[in-house]
Design a protein around this ligand. Sequence first.
Ligand code: AMP
Ligand code: MN
Ligand code: MN
Ligand code: MN
Length: 273
Amino acid sequence: MLFDLHCHTTASDGALAPAELLARALDSGVSCIAITDHDTLEAYRKLGDFCSAGIALCHGIELSATWQGRSVHIVGLNLRLGCDGLQQALVTQRQSRLLRAEIIAKRLAQKGIRDALEGATAIAGNGMIGRPHFAKFLVASGKVRDEQQAFRRYLGQGKPGDVESGWPSVATVTAWIREAGGTAVLAHPGHYRMTNSKLGVLADEFVQAGGTAMEVVSGRQAPVLTRKLADLASAKKLLASTGSDFHRPGPAWSELGRQSALPADVSPVWDSW
Ligand code: AMP
Ligand code: MN
Ligand code: MN
Ligand code: MN
């Protein structure tokens, strides 16, 4: 079985429509996939009854949360899509994203960049708006060379478009996932630029909140990081998840299902299902 438990579609900041993504995953030999769009389950509504023979669909999401003043992501897996509490929570997450987009646009305007809200909104289409849509707008309007530069100059940590977030706490987000019968997974701990001790505190608080797994592998990551995260998962008695965090074809992201393998000494999250 080849698992990919983290990837994105046009319902958030991915390039492929949900059905296209499933077809590509099947081509890549993935046998179980979780679509985990940012703060939305819209991909599952778009898929409807669509099912692709040969691939199991695990209902997932990537939720934005705040911990000690910075954004962290919590993936939810095996969710009951019809859960009222979760659906309500996603209404507030959408409002937070729209509000944040307005603030980002205002801050860009202060830097002399006009019409960013309209531009990013048009690029997001029906998808959940996020910083990548602003990055695409900045590229299209010639302000930066590429999306990387957009994040380095305008959107990344400490830059004007990095809004001190109005996201809910890790405990709140984890509770939403549990209410929907899901498994809460601390996403890509290697992305947070935290010291090991700080990461340990985050993991402790996550466990206390009812989190039971973490991504030991996320996309293409260095073997030394995989080892460190496997040790952290073992120390905190967290199950291990794995995902490509695929957003679009091309060199910027791992291909679906092509993230490195989980180390043999961790307990895969799917063993608990
Ligand atoms: P948001 O959820 O709106 O805060 O945006 C976060 C998303 O931005 C991530 O899921 C990535 O898709 C993208 N992202 C974050 N940092 C970078 C970067 N340095 N270069 C390109 N994309 C990035
Ligand atoms: Mn993304
Ligand atoms: Mn993420
Ligand atoms: Mn992601």
